[in-house]
Design a protein around this ligand. Structure first.
Ligand code: NI
Length: 256
């Protein structure tokens, strides 16, 4: 029992062997995968996967790096329609990205805020992407009362102080491959302090492969390696980590 709470298995990087990748995840004990559709191309391909595989769920939203391409009214209406699909469990990934210079901050802020408002209106949790924008992400989440719906801080890489503010708003903190790196001192310390009932695991496949596959293509089966690291850091068994994080994902995303 193990859940990959964030994957992009519709990515072109899996075009040659997607079936095998999904079969390997199942063989590794991954019984649920949340695939993320985050722009005009990946929302339809995510929905296709979620409709094809009973154990793959979808999150749909507009990624900050694609926010300049969003037709606000039209695309919000599209996301809203998709949210009534039984396999759509969250709105995301949404947030702010100050690393890639692909959209002005003001545009990112508007797109982020509007999607939080939609999520509150629809009572859907949100999946947060945050790169080099900790302060503004927390400020906007607070200003928009995102705590009302909560959600997931995806592939968390910030400080404990920021994590604490997100936990206080009711968010879950999700860790991926980077926490397995030997030199990942801060993520390991933060993971150790995240309460057991708020911890999630993910791969972000095909990105961010865990050790020893760093730099190679990531896949959902490797969430087992993240679970092993998390168990070591929490000083509990791998079975306990798998059970705990699966229960957390189920309650956060209202999975059956
Ligand atoms: Ni992602």
């Amino acid at each position: 029992m193990l859940i990959d709470s964030h994957a992009h298995l519709d990515s072109g990087k899996f075009d040659s062997d997607r079936e095998e990748v999904i079969a390997r995840a199942q063989a590794a004990g991954v019984d649920t995968i949340v695939n993320i559709g985050f722009n005009r191309e990946t929302i339809p391909s995510t929905m296709e996967l979620a409709e094809k595989y009973p154990f793959i769920y979808a999150a749909v939203g507009w990624h900050p790096t694609d926010s300049a391409d969003m037709k606000l009214e039209e695309d919000l209406a599209w996301i809203e329609r998709l949210c009534s699909h039984p396999k759509v469990v969250a709105i995301g990934e949404i947030g702010l990205d100050y690393y890639w210079d692909t959209a002005p901050k003001e545009v990112q802020h508007t797109v982020f805020r509007e999607q939080i408002r939609l999520a509150r209106y629809l009572h859907k949790p949100i999946v947060i992407h945050n790169r080099d924008a900790h302060e503004d992400v927390v400020r906007i989440l607070r200003e928009e009362n995102a705590g009302e719906i909560g959600g997931i801080m995806h592939c968390y890489s910030g400080s404990w102080e920021t994590a604490k503010m997100c936990l206080d708003m009711g968010f879950y903190i999700s860790f991926g491959g980077p926490v397995t790196f030997k030199n990942a001192r801060v993520p390991k310390e933060v993971l150790a302090r995240v309460p057991n009932d708020r911890l999630l695991l993910e791969t972000d496949s095909p990105y961010l492969s865990p050790h020893p596959y760093r730099g190679k293509r990531n896949e959902s089966a490797y969430v087992t390696l993240v679970a092993e690291s998390a168990a070591e850091i929490k000083k509990i068994s791998v079975e306990e980590i798998c059970l705990m994080t699966s229960q957390n994902a189920r309650s956060c995303l209202s999975l059956g």
